[in-house]
Design a protein around this ligand. Sequence first.
Ligand SMILES: [Zn+2]
Ligand SMILES: [Zn+2]
Length: 379
Amino acid sequence: MATDYYAVLGVRRDASQEEIKKAFRRLARELHPDVNPDPKTQERFKEINAAYEVLSDPQKKQVYDLGGDPLSQAGAGAGAGGFGAGGFGNFSDIMDAFFGTASQRGPRSRTRRGQDAMIRIEVELDEAAFGTTKDIQVDTAIVCSTCSGEGAAPGTSAQTCDMCRGRGEVSQVTRSFLGQVMTSRPCPQCQGFGTVVPNPCPECAGDGRVRSRRTLTVKIPAGVDNGTRIQLAGEGEVGPGGGPAGDLYVEIHELPHPTFQRRGDDLHCTVTIPMTAAALGTKVPLETLDGLEEVDIRPGTQSGQSIPLHGRGVTHLRGGGRGDLVVHVEVQTPTKLDVEQERLLRELAKLRGEERPQGQFQPGQQGLFSRLKDAFNGR
Ligand SMILES: [Zn+2]
Ligand SMILES: [Zn+2]
């Protein structure tokens, strides 16, 4: 008989399946090629795999116990187990083929970067137009001061996990159609950290961080718009284990203005004037973002015409300068004329030869389109 499989695994001949499994797992952890790449150890690793393949399989074990070596019987009873003892050599290749090479080795750190946080704030139009500073309340995780983010109660410390011996993962041999395949999974005792914290910090329950509310002063630049996000680096959530904080994003929500509607950096409003004022011209007071101004309505202004006030809009977020304030004029036709008013209007119509006007018809909605075009061209 070539090999004493019981001796290879270091178990008695009457060892139970449980004992065999245990012995194999212990050795596999020690001798796994990923832990110990030394060729001699790899040879040993193959041996224990072969031993386990035989002793864990009741049929093969029986053959072996009766003096045979099931692994030396080339092909006999191998079935689909094409990678029996002989083909077991290139273990890493099998691993890579089935589990990818991306599997992370070694324990994962307890320290991780924290998440980004987001907070919405409301600003008035003039605040968006000119910029402002705002105090905001933020509620994020900060480093626990009791344990300085370590997660261990004061006077204690994290200890190496005895289940995975600090590796953070445990290996397991499973049987597949390829023969035996070793898989690794995060250590269930330490969740892959490689260390355990026997006495977690009472303040943060071992997380290394606590929630805290604080006030931040945020500078809001001129020109922000609905949905603009201001990034405050490192003001987000502190990570587990005292990891670096994520960023805080402050998202702008612009409140509607009673008079002005914003389109890009231009502001629009509509002023309604009587027909007579449109014909004769007038000045209309308007409370702009820059204070009270007089909008000059020239004689003969038509309904739908727009009057641009250049540079009275919102500051451009990039590059400076400002958009325009566009005043759209709506001319109101007088209604409910009394006797005297009607007489005067009829007289005016007579003087202007407009008693029976022909009207000027245009195709489709040309009038409306040209008006809209005027509005956008600021004419
Ligand atoms: Zn703590
Ligand atoms: Zn562990």
